[in-house]
Design a protein around this ligand. Structure first.
Ligand code: NAD
Ligand code: IPM
Ligand code: MN
Length: 348
């Protein structure tokens, strides 16, 4: 049998609640199969920081790197918690993992499942994927500030865009479009961000030459938010930078049934480092510890994980069980009740 070493990082807030259900689903769908998942739990996040002062040590990183894949819930404490003032859990943990493990594709599918409680009156068929660049852009942290706290404070954030980094994610997006509906939309803000936008546009135009079957479109990010709401069917594959992709995918989640359904993969397509799967949402301190969180995004992230590992049949079974559950959602259920209902569908 094949052994997959899986690092599990439940994290903070609702993270542990949704990951408990995701792991139950993973166990159920792989039970008795050829592939055995050896899971290592990692206690990381705001809670760990408050206890030990550590965010992600070199030893943690080395240990995680020795795994085949990672499943993460969410990290981040209560916004405004004074004890976390000097910690930046998001940057020091989540972004550090994405950068160190070179997760240059942040894959965020959005599909409006039958019965999902979308806000749009006539959504039509909604099934697109945002390919969000994961290692560059304004997330690099290459900024600084001077005269902090004075009336003359200067605060700079620099967006880093390399030809290498843009080209590799754009190539991935074109290849994905060829496996889907052959439509690709670049989203940027080339009218204002002329340097970064110019690079993205040129790279897309160049790579497009190699993929004549893919219809290429361009939208400024502000206009893209309009069409995500008024005509989401126009999208198949969206390729965009790290920050625009972050913003668009929360909106995409809201349009396709809520952030509780939105899954993602932080992927290193070369296989050099373990890829990481996580819901798009955060630690939701407002509902944490109350069994109110929807674990579906975490469970669909398990489907992405299985697919990434080549376990297509298992991935499809999870996906189908989730779709069946969404199609027949009734009264409000607890986090565990949703997980159990999806597992019951798997076994049916
Ligand atoms: P959030 O996604 O945690 O919450 C936004 C809203 O969505 C809240 O009202 C929340 O209750 C709701 N929500 C989120 N997930 C849900 C679920 N599964 N079921 C039902 N409702 C759900 O975003 P935020 O409030 O901006 O951030 C909270 C913390 O999480 C911050 O510290 C932030 O930095 C962090 N964060 C972490 C990740 C991550 O680890 N990947 C992602 C986003 C935000
Ligand atoms: C996400 C989150 C992260 C991001 C934060 C917590 C760093 O919002 O995964 O979407 O901006 O990428
Ligand atoms: Mn986000």
């Amino acid at each position: 049998s094949r052994v997959v070493k899986l690092a599990v990082i439940p994290g903070d807030g609702i993270g542990p609640e949704v990951i408990a259900e995701a792991v139950k689903v993973l166990d159920a769908v792989t039970a008795g199969g050829e592939t055995v998942f050896e899971k290592t739990p990692f206690s990381l996040g705001a809670a760990r920081y408050l206890e030990t002062g550590d965010t992600l040590t070199d030893d943690d990183l080395d240990a995680i790197r020795a795994h085949d894949a990672i499943l993460l819930g969410a990290v981040g404490g209560q916004p405004g918690d004074p004890r976390l003032k000097d910690a930046n859990i998001e940057r020091g943990l989540l972004l550090k993992l994405r950068f160190e493990l070179d997760h240059y594709v942040n894959l965020r599918p959005s599909k409006l499942f039958a019965g999902a409680p979308g806000p749009l009156a006539e959504p039509g068929e909604v099934d697109f994927v945002v390919v969000r660049e994961g290692t560059e852009g304004p997330y690099v942290g290459n900024g600084g500030s001077i005269r902090r706290g004075t009336p003359h404070e200067v605060a700079n954030e620099t967006s880093v865009n390399t030809a290498y980094g843009v080209e590799r994610v754009v190539r991935y997006a074109f290849e994905l479009a060829e496996r889907r509906d052959n439509r690709l939309t670049l989203v940027h803000k080339t009218n204002v961000l002329v340097n970064a936008g110019g690079l993205w546009k040129r790279v897309v135009d160049e790579v497009a030459q190699e993929h004549p079957g893919v219809a290429v479109d361009y939208l400024h990010v502000d206009a893209a938010t309009i069409f995500l709401v008024t005509n989401p069917s126009r999208f198949d594959v969206i390729v965009t930078d790290n920050l625009f992709g972050d913003i668009l995918t929360d909106l995409a989640g809201a349009v396709t049934g809520g952030i509780g359904l939105a899954a993602s993969g932080n992927i290193n397509p070369t296989g050099a480092f373990p890829s990481m799967f996580e819901p798009v949402h955060g630690s939701a301190p407002d509902i944490a510890g109350q069994q109110k969180a929807d674990p579906t995004a975490a469970i669909l992230s398990v489907a992405l994980l299985l697919d990434h590992l080549g376990l297509r049949d298992e991935a499809a079974r999870v996906q189908q069980a989730v779709e069946a559950d969404i199609a027949e959602r009734g009264a409000a259920r607890s986090t565990a009740q949703i997980g159990d209902a999806i597992i019951a569908r798997l076994r049916a």
